[in-house]
Design a protein around this ligand. Structure first.
Ligand SMILES: *[C@@H]1O[C@H](CO)[C@@H](O)[C@H](O)[C@H]1NC(C)=O
Ligand SMILES: [Ca+2]
Ligand SMILES: [Ca+2]
Length: 366
């Protein structure tokens, strides 16, 4: 069982908008009494940095984003996730490339080398790894052809704007992967968001808040569970100094900080109670700040109603390792513009926000 080391910082009320079942917290038995919490606004006031605009052409989500140091962003689009809506049931998923430096960035659909089964492509969490030896860019993509999980490894071919498929990774410990953090040309950490694969088990663990999900380390020579006890483990990312791993847990409403060891095992440093349904994480490469996109209401997300759609929220967490991390709301929308935000990344003063199944936006922060 994962332990909850913690600090105290004010108190937060339980999320008003969640249905009772989500508030039925078995986690209370396991958590310590003073996890670090943040006193941020419970108000549903909308908030938006200047100049937020839609990214043209994205209408079926950009569930995850990873940006290279040069400002080229990879995005996964078209996720079909059980329980969440999708607006293009007959289309397969796509990987998009976006140059965040452009005044009005427009996405390009990345070609994928022949031999890869594109028709069942259903991309979810992604992570990019740059090999120091030759500057090769490896793109890791969680894929759900049917209900299963695979991790697809591609090499980015910048001139051709395409992805060369290198291999498909499958493993019994990678049963329901949500996101990955690449740590080498063939190795990564992965979060599992479900323990059970059958629909009854999936519903049970979701509604009973069972903390059964874990983080797995994968390499061609070793695969092992490195952390457990999450209630829907979601985004995972390496700190910018590569010494720590941050894991978002959707129904724990938290981010956990782990120290990474030489043998790739993890030890928990602390749990930050964000009191939000945190999805994917990004790191600001210059400051090390953690950027996260959150779901405002889990019920609206999994019981979609176009008249009352799920909203979006983006938070920035500064000084995560210090005793006094600072959490700031940067974007809040009730779903009238952006529904179900799932990822927020920054590059050179620009914020890019993607969603599970809806649109994507970019904003200028300064
Ligand atoms: C969302 O906010 C806008 C104002 O920005 C308002 O017109 C709209 O009715 C709101 N929608 C919902 C579903 O609350
Ligand atoms: Ca990711
Ligand atoms: Ca996710």
């Amino acid at each position: 069982m994962r332990s909850h080391t913690s600090l105290a910082l004010g108190n937060c009320q339980p999320k008003q908008s969640l249905p009772l079942v989500y508030r039925f917290h078995f986690m209370a038995f396991f958590s310590s009494f003073n996890r670090q919490t943040f006193n941020i606004s419970r108000e549903y006031e909308q908030l938006e940095p200047p100049n937020c605009r839609f990214i043209e052409g994205i209408e079926t989500g950009a569930e995850d984003i990873d940006i290279l140091p040069n400002g080229l962003a990879f995005m996964s689009s078209g996720l079909k996730y059980p329980g969440a809506p999708y607006f293009a049931p007959d289309e397969h998923g796509k990987m998009l490339l976006l140059d965040v430096n452009e005044e009005e960035p427009k996405p390009v659909v990345l070609g994928i080398s022949s031999g890869f089964d594109i028709d069942s492509f259903n991309p979810h969490g992604i992570s990019v790894y740059i090999d120091d030896k030759d500057d090769s860019v490896y793109v890791f993509v969680v894929n759900h052809p049917k209900v299963s999980t695979t991790v697809e490894l591609f090499k980015f071919q910048e001139e051709e704007k395409s992805l060369l498929h290198l291999k498909t990774i499958e493993h019994e410990l990678l049963q329901s992967v949500n996101d990955i953090a690449a740590v080498g040309p063939e190795s990564f950490y992965a979060t599992n968001d479900h323990y059970f694969l059958n629909s009854l088990g999936r519903v049970a663990e979701l509604y009973l808040n069972l903390p059964l999900e874990n983080v797995v380390y994968y390499s061609p020579t070793e695969v092992k569970e490195v952390a457990t006890g999450f209630n829907f483990a979601n985004g995972i990312i390496m700190s910018h100094d590569k010494k720590y791993v941050y894991v978002a847990s959707l129904f724990d409403n938290s981010i956990s900080v782990f120290e990474k060891h030489a043998n790739w095992s993890l030890s928990q440093v602390k749990d930050l109670q964000i009191d939000k349904l945190v999805d994917n994480l990004c790191i600001d490469p210059t400051t090390g700040d953690v950027w996260m996109a959150c779901h405002i209401d889990g019920w609206q997300l999994f019981n979609y109603n176009p008249k009352n759609p799920p909203g979006s929220e983006v938070l920035r967490l500064q000084n995560i390792l210090s005793e006094n991390p600072v959490l700031t709301q940067v974007y809040v929308n009730n779903g009238s513009k952006l529904q179900a935000s799932s990822v927020a990344c920054v590059h050179d003063g620009r914020l890019v926000v993607g969603s599970v199944f809806h649109k994507a936006i970019y904003c200028d922060l300064e």
